[in-house]
Design a protein around this ligand. Structure first.
Ligand code: BES
Ligand code: ZN
Ligand code: ZN
Length: 499
């Protein structure tokens, strides 16, 4: 998307669509704001906007929208009125959502350009650059379209330019737009990787795409193939991949800032390019399991964006990638394997494979002495029952770190909720002839999976994000289509940018 700054008024702009937000007020009056161009626009249309909105009973509630043609009275063909909710409830997320609504309506009405006014003063506690960043993120994320396998592109998006009317100095706003498009490029790269079908994206092609795309100042990428994974004795990854014809891959990304960094962060991702369940074959919704590398994709997306954002903190990325398939060579329930850390694990369910590949990746990460670890994984169906598609489950061994991750997510528009790491449930994992079993007896599957992972972080401050619910959407939301969401790329990036 092209973003252009202008000092002209909305009614004077040569664009297809102009958008204006209206806040919800207690007196239910339609009140255009002078500063966002609404008053001028209404005047240019002889008060028609106020009349039509009043007749419709438009209240300015979040999610409300009204598209009005301008009948050639002014240059823009359409005015899109968007509810912004009450001034008190206004958040950066409401802006992202309204940005998404602009993209949807613009493309539906074949608009090539759209415009809106950026108020220079603080709104709802957010300064203009921060609001511009959220708005531009919404625009870019809403513009993602996974259509490369459609022979006939039916509904090609038309919107290519956003004009931002701003009175003040636009330099900080331009920087905000650049940040937003870097963030969104990371998000959309993660979404593409996750949406790609598993016959196209296997561990090897996954690694290739990452190496090709995640590069830039300060970034290196090293890929371990089957031979190296064997040499590392990554027993978890080897067991999961042994039933598949595709070899596993282990990808190590590293970002070193120019300014010396005191802190090192490790991002670890589950990269199962297809999870059939293995011999414990899935009986339901197996076709959804191409998304089982979404955690790994989010690590890759974060590095893609970091090349442009150049944060001041050192970051390692570790991706454990494999398929999980049944065959004559597949690992079996009751197998006992030895993990990279030396711990032995009894396989009680081959569908609990994510924790096996992650455990080796977490253990591998420790040699680089990270101060903090976060892993992202589509780990358990349970988290989907607990929190649905809009909240990620976060667990960890350090409360302050977990809270910091959740806070960054909130600012970034990715909601997360802490679940307790109930130590009593560990008992279920240790009742085994091996050191650990790969499933517990407790029903709290998301918690026991985390307790399993905790055994491999060696006391390092660690947060685990179970994105089984949030990695994909079954229904679109205001600025994100159905399919992959790129979660939690934005959480990672907001955390790193504010370090
Ligand atoms: N990849 C799945 C989890 C999943 C479920 C991801 C739904 C996305 C949407 C994971 O490997 C899995 O199969 N987990 C099992 C573990 C069980 C066998 C202990 C689960 O949670 O049901
Ligand atoms: Zn599984
Ligand atoms: Zn899985």
């Amino acid at each position: 998307m092209k973003f252009q700054f202008t000092k002209l008024k909305l009614a004077e702009l040569d664009v297809d669509l102009v958008a204006v937000q209206i806040f919800e007020t207690s007196d239910k009056q339609i009140t255009f704001q002078k500063t966002d161009g609404g008053t001028d626009l209404d005047k240019a249309l002889d008060g028609a906007l106020t009349k039509l909105l009043q007749a419709k009973g438009f209240a300015g509630k979040e999610g409300e929208s009204y598209l009005l043609p301008t009948f050639c009275k002014i240059k823009p063909r359409y005015v899109l009125i968007l509810g912004a909710g009450t001034k008190k409830s206004f958040s950066l997320e409401s802006l992202r959502k309204n940005a998404g609504r602009i993209v949807t309506v613009a493309n539906e009405y074949k608009a090539k350009s759209a415009a809106g006014v950026i108020e220079t003063k603080t709104v709802g506690g957010s300064a203009a650059p921060e609001r511009v960043r959220a708005f531009a993120e919404g625009i870019e994320i809403a513009s993602y379209n996974f259509d490369q396998y459609k022979s006939k592109k039916e509904k090609l998006p038309t919107l290519t330019t956003i004009h931002l009317v701003s009175g003040g100095n636009t330099k900080p706003l331009q920087a905000a737009v650049e940040q937003a498009s870097a963030v969104a490029a990371g998000v959309n790269f993660a979404r593409l990787l996750t949406d790609l079908p598993p016959n196209v994206l296997n561990p090897t092609t996954f690694g290739k795409r990452i190496a090709e795309n995640c590069k830039g100042k300060g970034i290196t990428c090293k890929i371990l193939g089957l031979k190296e994974i064997k040499a590392e004795k990554m027993g978890g990854i080897l067991a999961v991949s042994q039933g598949s014809l595709e070899p596993p891959a282990f990808i190590h990304l590293h970002y070193k800032p120019t300014k010396k960094s005191k802190t090192k962060i490790a991002l670890v991702g589950k990269g199962i390019t297809f999870d059939s369940g293995g011999l414990n074959i899935k009986v339901r919704e197996m076709e959804a399991m191409k998304c089982d590398m979404a955690g790994a994709a989010s690590v890759a997306g974060t590095f893609l964006a970091m090349a442009r954002l150049q944060p001041d903190v050192e970051v390692h990325g570790f991706i454990a990638s494999s398929e999980n398939l049944p065959s004559g060579t597949a690992f079996r329930p009751s197998d006992i394997i030895t993990m990279r850390s030396g711990k032995t694990v009894e396989i009680l369910n081959t569908d609990a494979e994510g924790r096996l590949v992650l455990a080796d990746a977490l253990d591998y990460s420790l040699q680089f002495k990270p101060d903090f670890i976060i892993d992202a994984a589509t780990l358990t169906g349970g988290v989907l029952y607990a929190l649905g598609e809009l909240y990620t489950g976060v667990l960890g061994n350090d409360n302050a770190w977990v809270q910091k991750v959740i806070k960054a997510g909130k600012k970034a528009g990715e909601n997360a909720w802490q679940l307790p790491l109930i130590q009593e449930y560990k008992k279920g994992l240790t009742k085994s002839p091996a050191d650990l079993a790969n499933i517990g007896v407790s029903k709290a599957g998301s918690i026991t999976a985390s307790l399993f992972l905790e055994e491999f972080v060696g006391g390092t401050k660690w947060a685990h994000m179970d994105i089984a619910g949030t990695a994909t959407l079954s229904e679109p939301i205001a600025y994100c289509s159905k399919g992959a969401t790129g979660n939690p790329v934005r959480t990672f990036l907001y955390l790193l940018m504010d370090w």
